[in-house]
Design a protein around this ligand. Structure first.
Ligand code: PRP
Ligand code: URA
Length: 193
């Protein structure tokens, strides 16, 4: 996270770090997933074991959520990726939906909405509302850096959603950026300054 925050870290390394942190967060966030019993045969004998009960979805909030989703996928290759494009209007700080590839057939045990930055909370709150309208009942939010304000707003709007973040920063500045933060997570991943 220190390297992510450093302004001298270049986009290729920044993206690699977001993926790596995404994989680490995936271990935490999947700890309580439901398992079901199964019987397999090892090369030596039959045994009773367990496997994941029900599918897992990842919703990367575009663009910045893409790196986190890739990190999750390295840990759980069988995930469904549900892309959702939200762009924060930097004047009003409202999130606007511009892309939605959420399927209508929903048979997931959980969906993780992933976005490195939880600032005012507007994007995360809207993304989770959209997932709920698609019938997803069990949703967690996974991010890298959050402002206390965003955590408060998200937990007030969706008290049933677990929130996993790697660092809780001090505050938002007057244009809605997390301080000290890391700047614009989308621009830093994709080199669009
Ligand atoms: C950033 C970030 C979050 C959002 C956080 O995305 O990745 O999605 O802002 O701010 P909020 O909590 O105040 O809503 P942005 O809208 O800039 O889009 P991008 O990922 O395409 O850069
Ligand atoms: N979005 C970002 O990418 N960074 C912030 O600090 C706030 C919103």
């Amino acid at each position: 996270i220190t390297a992510l925050r450093d302004r001298n870290t270049q986009p290729s390394e920044f993206y690699r770090l977001v993926k790596e942190i995404g994989a680490l967060l995936a271990y935490e966030a999947t700890e309580g997933l439901a398992l079901e019993p199964c019987v397999i045969e090892t090369p030596l004998e039959k045994m009773h074991s367990s496997r994941l009960a029900g599918g897992i979805g990842i919703t990367p909030i575009l663009r910045a959520g893409l790196g986190l989703a890739e990190g999750f996928r390295e840990v759980i290759p069988d995930v469904q990726i549900w892309h959702l494009g939200l762009k924060r209007d930097e004047r009003t700080l409202q999130a606007l939906e511009y892309y939605n590839q959420l399927p209508y057939k929903v048979d997931l045990q959980i969906c993780y909405a992933v976005d490195p930055m939880l600032a005012t909370g507007g994007s995360a709150i809207d993304a989770i509302t959209i997932l709920k309208h698609r019938g997803i009942k069990n949703i967690s939010f996974v991010g890298i850096i959050a402002a206390p304000y965003g955590v408060l707003k998200l937990s007030q709007a969706h008290p049933d959603v677990n929130i996993y973040i790697a660092a809780l920063d001090e505050r938002l500045n007057d244009v809605g950026y997390i301080i000290p933060g890391l700047g614009d997570a989308g621009d830093r991943q994709f080199g669009t300054f």
